[in-house]
Structures are given as structure tokens and as C-alpha cells.
Design a binder for this molecule. Structure first.
Ligand code: ZN
Length: 489
């Protein structure tokens, strides 16, 4: 929509009609965007900020075309402050003769600086003699290639991140998000040592987006560290995060019936119903307002709903926010139940785009229609919130909205399980107002209304009247958080 927004002390003070585009007036500045449209700022309601920061700071070898090209990219990047050169993403399948990389080539280029470069799948690592030495491994005659568990001594030898490292990683990740129109991130699996860098950046006014932290809780980390929920304008400790099962790709997602492509397994149960109930109940007793449990397989989703049903019957559990992260495979019997219990599905449309072909192999044809549900959940009255799960996927919200409405997997032209597509309006809500509902902040964020936080995104197109392809190629012109411009194109 076109509008003239007046901002006072970070909130929307007036919203006036505007015929030429978007105008934003703050106490000190006026910003004019002729022909541009304004929307409430986007929320990524499931992501990993430090993970993305790490991805941005280590050298990317994803597009390297040879071993020599890798070495050149490593040389250009140089060592991190901790003295190591770290990289990820190489794939010898894309190189001439698919030749594995050699320790000799790395040693020649980096005789003293330790280098560790992970393969694209994370299951192999290419290192030089300096890295082996630092890890206490005999380099004599070594190939420089480490597989799976053999990588552990190298990881252990890399000096731990300092607060300075963490601050630069957080800034790199959140700045990238601001450039994509994101004004708030729900940060999952937050470890205790990361909180100080987040708080310092927030206090300095340097954090470009708001962060709702969901702290690690699976092994009771929050209780051991003595963490409690905390209110803050830019960083809020909002919830605790658990895992009911693993992931579909590695056959860790817990299914009610065995995997179609490996009948010997039905996946992994990481917490029982009783454990989830007890842990969530303890968190609620300690005052945590939001519970988030990762559940991908249909059996894991059912287990979480069983635990949440028990939570709802407790005196303090009636009105807490209960989220299922991913909710990728929901049995038809559980759809209505999710709505009845007021459990929110926190979904990632980009996962559906990347996983469709793999999901078909894992699940087989009979239960495919239960996978990556969006339309059927909304029709049943289930609340939906959207995120990207970056750095596993890109934080690009516009691509996420296009995925919601089109559902065409990567490399395909046709909608996959197209009956689960949702409308453009719903997709925008899933990334704005509905996403704020998943931390209970929808009473002051997610709408262009007087009194709401001045968290907005300015776009060069009206998403609601655009096709999915147009949405995916829309430009973010500016991002404002609390009335302050945090990104400009
Ligand atoms: Zn995640």
C-alpha cells in the first residue's frame, strides 16, 4: 500500500493516505519513496543467527571450480583473528576428474597457518599439516582428508570464539537480514555465551533487527545456566527450545510407519511425551512464556501434541504459547487437534522447495499429502508462522512468500502437492502479524496501525497484486526498525 507514516519514539503516530508512494516522517528525518509500497516488517520466526554469522565469516568454496581455485579463494580471504583459515562448501564432484584435494597443495600455500575446509555435506574436511599438528594428529604421510568423527580433534583445536568474534558474526547475519526486509528474528537454540554479545549490541543501539531468543533447553541447559525469561526492546529472552525427533534427510524424523526407502527404521525419538511434558512444565513454572519443540515426523508431531494436551490442563499452561517447529508431516487426525489445543505450526516454505524429491523417497506415495501442510492447517483453524531456518536455507523472505503461493520445488515447473498452496495475503501474514503471534508480540507488531512499533519494509512493488515470480524479484528499498532506518538499497 501507499501511505505516509509518522513515527514518534519508535512507534507509529499517524498513518495518512499518500498518492505518490511511501513517505516516512520521524522526529528528525523525512524519507520519500515515490512509487514504493510499505508493509509491516518481515519476521523470520525460526532461524539461527550465529550459524549464519559463521557461514558468512568462513570462506565459501561452494562455487570453486578446482583445487587451485579453492587455494586462491583461501589465500584471498586470509586468516581469521584466531589465526585459522576456515572454509566450507568444496565439492570435488564439480572439479576436473572429480579428483579429491591433496594435503600437498595446501601445505605449499600455507606452511604455517592452520587451514580447515569442510566439504559441502559437512561429512569430510580438508586440512593442512599445520592444522593436523594443532589437533595433535601425526601429519607424516597423512592425506589431509578427515571423515566424520575423525574431524573432531580439529574442531577441538580451533580456538573458541571471543565476544568480539561473536559480535561480528551477529552483526554480519542480522545486517544481511535487514537487507531482506526482516525486522525481527526468532533465534533458535541460543547458547548461553552468545547472550552477552547480543545484549551489548542491543545496548549500543547497533543491532539492526529485533531478536526473540529461544534458549537451548533440550538437556536443561537454561536451568543449569540459571537463565530466566527477560523483556527487552531489541533482545528478548522469549522461550525454550526442545527436539522431539531428528530430520527427514538423515531418516531421523520419527514416523508412525517405517521409512518407504528403508523399512528397517521409523526414525528417532529424542524425547518421550513424559519428558517433554515435564521439561516444558518446568519452564512454564519458571515463567517462560513460549515453548518451542522441533517435530518433523508425524509420530513426533503426535507426541508433542500429547505433551501439549497435558500442558493445557495445568493451571499455568492454559495460555502459554505452544509452538511446533517445522511440523512437516501432520497426520490427518492431528490437524483438528492442533487447532483445538491452540498449538502454532512454525513452518519453513523453503524447506519444502528443497526437500520435495527427498520427501517422496522417504515417505512414499500414501502419506505424501500430509507433508508440508499449509492450506489444510489454515482451513482447520491452526495458526501458522513462517521462517527460513537459515543458514540451512536462505533468509530471503520474498522467496519464501513466492514458495508459499507457488510451491514449485527447486528445478521444477509444477506445483508439488499444490492443494497446500496458500494465498499471497496469507503468505504475507505468515511472515508478519501471524509470526509475531508466535511470540505473543502481535498486540504491538505486525500491523500498520497507530500505536504499533514502527517496524516496516519499503518495497518497489505491491506484493498483493504481483505474481509469485514478480514477488521473488521485488527489491527491498529500505527497512525501518523502531522508526530508525536500518537498511537502504
Ligand atoms: Zn532450526
Amino acid at each position: 500500500m501507499f501511505a505516509e507514516l509518522h513515527v514518534e519514539r519508535g512507534r507509529l503516530r499517524a498513518i495518512l493516505p499518500c498518492s505518490i508512494g511511501t513517505i516516512i516522517r520521524t522526529e528528525t528525518d523525512t524519507y520519500e519513496y515515490p512509487g514504493c509500497h510499505v508493509l509491516p516488517g518481515f519476521v523470520d520466526n525460526h532461524a539461527h543467527i550465529v550459524g549464519l554469522g559463521e557461514r558468512l565469516l568462513v570462506v565459501s568454496l561452494h562455487h570453486a571450480i578446482s583445487e587451485d581455485d579453492c587455494v586462491e579463494k583461501l589465500r584471498m580471504a586470509g586468516p581469521q583473528p584466531n589465526g585459522w583459515i576456515r572454509a566450507m562448501g568444496w565439492n570435488q564432484e564439480q572439479w576436473p576428474n572429480a579428483q579429491w584435494p591433496s594435503i600437498a597443495r595446501l601445505d605449499a600455500a600455507f606452511p604455517t597457518t592452520p587451514v580447515s575446509a569442510s566439504r559441502v555435506d559437512g561429512h569430510a574436511m580438508w586440512v593442512n599439516s599445520a592444522a593436523l599438528k594443532a589437533a595433535g594428529i601425526d601429519a607424516h604421510g597423512h592425506s589431509g582428508l578427515l571423515i566424520d568423527d575423525d574431524m573432531a580433534p580439529v574442531f577441538a583445536a580451533i580456538p573458541p570464539r571471543t565476544n568480539d568474534d561473536l559480535r561480528s558474526m551477529i552483526l554480519a547475519a542480522t545486517s544481511l537480514c535487514a537487507s531482506m526486509g526482516i525486522t525481527e528474528i526468532h533465534d533458535m537454540d541460543v547458547a548461553e555465551p552468545w547472550l552477552d554479545p547480543f545484549r551489548e549490541l542491543a545496548e549500543q543501539g547497533a543491532l539492526p533487527v529485533r531478536v526473540q531468543s529461544f534458549v537451548r533447553a533440550h538437556s536443561d541447559e537454561w536451568r543449569i545456566a540459571g537463565q530466566l525469561p527477560a523483556i527487552g526492546e531489541f533482545v528478548r529472552l522469549a522461550g525454550v527450545k526442545y527436539y522431539a525427533d531428528g530430520a527427514l534427510g538423515s531418516r531421523g524424523a520419527l514416523l508412525r510407519a517405517p521409512y518407504h526407502d528403508d523399512v528397517s527404521t521409523s526414525g528417532l525419538e529424542l524425547l518421550s511425551v513424559e519428558e517433554m511434558f515435564r521439561k516444558a512444565n518446568e519452564a512454564i513454572e519458571a515463567g517462560w512464556p513460549c515453548i518451542a519443540i522441533h517435530a518433523i515426523g508425524d509420530a513426533a508431531v503426535r507426541n508433542v501434541l500429547d505433551a501439549y494436551e497435558l500442558i493445557r490442563s495445568t493451571p499455568n499452561g492454559a495460555d502459554v504459547i505452544l509452538r511446533i517447529e517445522h511440523a512437516q508431516h501432520v497426520h490427518p487426525d492431528d490437524v483438528q487437534r492442533m487447532a483445538r489445543l491452540g498449538v502454532i505450526a512454525c513452518v519453513q516454505p523453503s524447506h519444502c522447495m528443497s526437500d520435495a524429491a527427498m520427501a517422496e523417497r522417504r515417505l512414499g506415495p500414501e502419506r505424501l499429502s500430509w507433508a508440508y501442510r499449509w492450506r489444510s492447517l489454515l482451513d482447520a483453524g491452526v495458526h501458522l508462522g513462517a521462517g527460513s531456518d537459515f543458514p540451512i536455507e536462505s533468509p530471503d523472505v520474498l522467496a519464501g512468500i513466492a514458495a508459499f503461493i507457488k510451491r514449485t520445488p527447486t528445478g521444477s515447473m509444477d506445483a508439488w502437492q499444490g492443494q497446500e498452496c496458500i494465498t499471497t495475503k496469507e503468505a504475507i501474514l505468515a511472515y508478519t502479524l501471524w509470526a509475531h503471534r508466535t511470540t505473543g508480540m502481535d498486540y504491538r507488531r505486525g500491523r500498520l496501525e497507530v500505536g504499533y512499533d514502527a517496524d516496516v519494509v519499503v518495497l518497489d512493488r505491491d506484493l498483493e497484486t504481483s505474481t509469485a515470480d514478480e514477488i521473488a524479484s521485488t527489491t527491498v528499498m529500505a527497512t525501518f526498525v523502531a522508526g530508525k532506518r536500518r537498511y537502504t538499497s
